[in-house]
Design a protein around this ligand. Structure first.
Ligand SMILES: C[S@@+](CC[C@H](N)C(=O)[O-])C[C@H]1O[C@@H](n2cnc3c(N)ncnc32)[C@H](O)[C@@H]1O
Length: 420
């Protein structure tokens, strides 16, 4: 959003008008804007409050009830860390007994709010003036936070005990946002992040720095003595968080933090000497199939999970596990195996007809078959009302279909918060 679009809501009258609006509804927005203009508000102010009202509604998914008192830029909201995740970042600083953090590239302030919410002193810095204006408003309720215009690269390591960075991983190109996969294209680039960790440290030891990186990051590109934590939120891998110096847990090189319906759970992988079980062994399809969470896969924890589940792989190149025990784990989706077929349309259609299976969930890993195309070709509704989950995968190199039913959900109490 251009800076000029923000200015009207930064005035006391503009702020009051924004906060007086009822919850945003797309279908009412035209009529509401017309009514506001008829009431004598300038077109610039009406446009600015309606934009903010729409962004506040969208932001509820990330910020819950806080969204209703915040300001946003479109790009800032898209890049912001959702509050439950930011709270976990902040807790790691708190547990390391850090009392002050510089958030270098603070955006609209998602992470900075969580840090300040835990009572830490926060120096929030961003290079973009409009973003600084927005972060200033969002951090106003937190007296321990201050917001500054500046660049991460110029940070004085004596300003705060620790540093948090969430580099921008997208950049505008020909009017659209392009995702940046090369960490040297991040803003600031990974080399600047690692340089800051060194400048914060003493001698050869890195100082306390946390950084949110893309989930595709290569573990080998990061310091060996750091902890890299892949984080998934309701099944989607959002980030790989780098923790250096005292923020890294001793002996933990890679970990997975899985946030689901029952809270957050953590699984760790130490150095190889510390008992990494290695890759699971391949074997035949058992009574149960497990689809490991993406964070577990990215963190290289398949072997550890297989050990926990007493499971094996179906194919060494595909992250499906199979075993004979039903185990409820937050680290994988579990299914009871009903049948296994080599992949073939005719065979599959006659199986579904015979078993009156007409309600299908179709999942795939390691095959070129497109689930939606398969569904269109099968037209399963004609077969009956029974339900099944089809898992398209490879078994010892052969394209196969595993007919399954999802494990029933355990009625477990909420999971304890992970120890950082
Ligand atoms: C991904 S966003 C941060 C989001 C933030 N953690 C949140 O939760 O709202 C990255 C921010 O870094 C800022 N930025 C990029 N390069 C920078 C640099 N070299 N110095 C300071 N800020 C920078 C961008 O303007 C952008 O606002």
């Amino acid at each position: 959003m251009r800076e000029t679009m923000l200015e009207p809501v930064l005035t006391p009258d503009g702020w009051a008008l924004l906060n007086s609006l009822p919850p945003y509804r797309e279908q009412d927005s035209l009529a509401r804007a017309t009514a506001l203009r008829r009431a004598g508000h300038s077109p610039e102010l009406v446009s600015a409050v309606m934009t903010q009202s729409r962004l506040r509604a969208r932001a509820q998914e990330k910020f819950g009830e806080f969204a209703g008192r915040m300001l946003f830029t479109q790009a800032g909201l898209e890049q912001a860390t959702r509050l439950p995740v930011a709270a976990l970042h902040a807790r790691r600083f708190q547990q390391a007994q850090v009392t002050s953090v510089a958030d270098l590239g603070c955006g609209i302030g998602g992470d900075a709010m969580a840090l300040a919410g835990l009572g830490l002193t926060v120096r929030a810095v961003d290079r973009d003036p409009a973003t600084v204006a927005v972060a200033t408003v969002n951090l106003r309720p937190f007296p321990s936070a201050s917001v500054h215009l500046g660049r991460a690269e110029g940070h004085d390591p004596t300003d705060t005990e620790a540093v948090w960075l969430d580099p921008a991983r997208r950049a505008p190109q020909r009017g659209r946002d392009r995702r940046l996969h090369d960490p040297e294209e991040y803003q600031p680039p990974l080399s600047a992040v690692l340089d800051l960790a060194r400048r914060l440290g003493r001698g050869t030891q890195d100082g306390p720095l946390g950084a949110k990186l893309g989930p595709g990051i290569d573990r080998m590109a990061l310091p060996d003595d750091a902890e890299v934590q892949w984080l998934s939120f309701h099944g989607q891998v959002l980030e790989a968080t780098l923790w250096t110096g005292p923020l890294a847990r001793p002996g933990v090189r890679s970990s997975a933090l899985v946030i689901g319906r029952d809270g957050a759970r953590q699984m760790d992988l130490g150095s190889e000497e510390a008992g990494n079980p290695g890759d699971p062994v391949p074997g035949p399809v058992g009574d149960h199939l497990y689809e490991p969470d993406g964070a577990v896969i990215r963190a290289g924890l398949i072997g550890t999970l297989a050990q926990q589940l007493q499971a094996r792989t179906l194919d060494p190149s595909i992250a499906h596990l199979t075993g004979d025990r039903l185990v409820h784990t937050p680290f994988a989706a579990g299914y009871t195996v009903r049948d296994v077929l080599p992949f073939g349309m005719k065979r599959l259609a006659s199986y579904l007809r015979e078993h009156r299976i007409g309600v299908l969930e179709i999942k795939k890993r390691g095959t070129a078959v497109e689930p939606e195309q398969l569904r269109r070709s099968l037209r399963p509704r004609r077969f009956g009302e029974e339900q099944a989950t089809l898992i398209l995968t490879r078994i010892a190199g052969e394209q196969s279909v595993i007919i399954t039913s999802p494990h029933p959900r355990p009625s477990s109490p909420a999971a304890p918060e992970p120890a950082a």
